[in-house]
Design a protein. Structure first.
Length: 265
């Protein structure tokens, strides 16, 4: 039974169109992804549900630009916190964040523990997003630079650094799938490096480690195959040793895992 509008209304609702279908080996559709029309009466029910449970509900008719809150401010800001590090993040509904809040908290805490940041550290956080690792690191390290290819994410990261009153952190926009050696931040030295790339991995940027020569490299990955490829580069070409590795159940009840690997020179 639908917990929002009830079984009878859910059973009587009519889809606009089928937007996706998964076929089993027998040729029978296993499920369909359906686009539903939200009527005014449905919106009132969803508003009441939101009030009852103290949550904000957004509607999305097409792409990310069509997300609107069902009521309230048009520029809805969401938050999540990392209480162990005293950090709060503000972001918009379409902003990329880690999907599993509890596992993310544990993952950030593990990174902080294993990297053992101190005031002498200059840290480079590559593929930093909105600063999920960058800002916690800045609570311990001397100086942190976060690099991200998406300008809106960098804007969020800068705003969140200011919101959390962190002054020892900088953010830059850069396409890390291309040569970045001529950029100002890439010509500096770092003794510890964080990597949290997309499923494509980080092979294009790894060779810059020769110049930075960090003592520790922490690699977070959502794709074991590209992590294995990049670990080969770190160990066989750049002289690092894999000292610790593990997996986290970031995506429960799926075939995907988040991996964490620590390399030391």
């Amino acid at each position: 039974m639908c917990s929002v509008c009830g079984g009878r209304r859910a059973a009587g609702a009519s889809p606009i169109r089928c937007v996706g279908e998964r076929i089993t080996a027998t040729g029978v559709p296993e499920f369909r992804e359906v686009a539903w029309r939200a009527y005014d009466e449905d919106k009132e029910i969803m508003r009441a549900f939101g009030h009852q449970h103290n949550i904000s509900i957004c509607l999305q008719s097409k792409g990310p630009d069509t997300i609107v809150p069902i009521e309230g401010e048009p520029e809805l800001m969401l938050t999540y916190s990392l209480p162990e590090q005293g950090i709060t993040f503000r972001f918009k509904p379409a902003t990329f964040t880690q999907v599993n809040y509890e596992i993310n908290r544990q993952m950030v805490s593990r990174v902080m523990q294993e990297m053992d940041f101190n005031e002498q550290d200059r840290v480079l956080d590559l593929f930093c997003g909105l600063g999920n690792f960058t800002l916690p690191i800045a609570t311990k390290a001397g100086h942190v630079l976060g690099i991200e290819g998406d300008q809106p994410l960098v804007n969020h990261a800068k705003d969140n650094a200011q919101f959390n009153k962190l002054t020892n952190v900088e953010f830059f926009v850069a396409d890390l799938s291309k040569d970045v050696s001529d950029q100002i931040w890439a010509r500096q030295k770092y003794n510890k490096v964080m990597l949290d790339p997309s499923r494509a991995g980080a092979s294009e940027v790894l060779h810059n480690l020769k110049k930075w020569d960090p003592e520790l490299v922490m690699y977070i990955s959502c794709n074991p195959s590209t992590l294995a490829r990049d670990a080969g580069i770190l160990v066989n070409e750049l002289g690092y040793t894999l000292v610790k590795a593990g997996v986290m159940d970031m995506f429960p009840q799926t075939g995907h895992v988040e991996s964490i690997a620590l390399f030391k020179k």
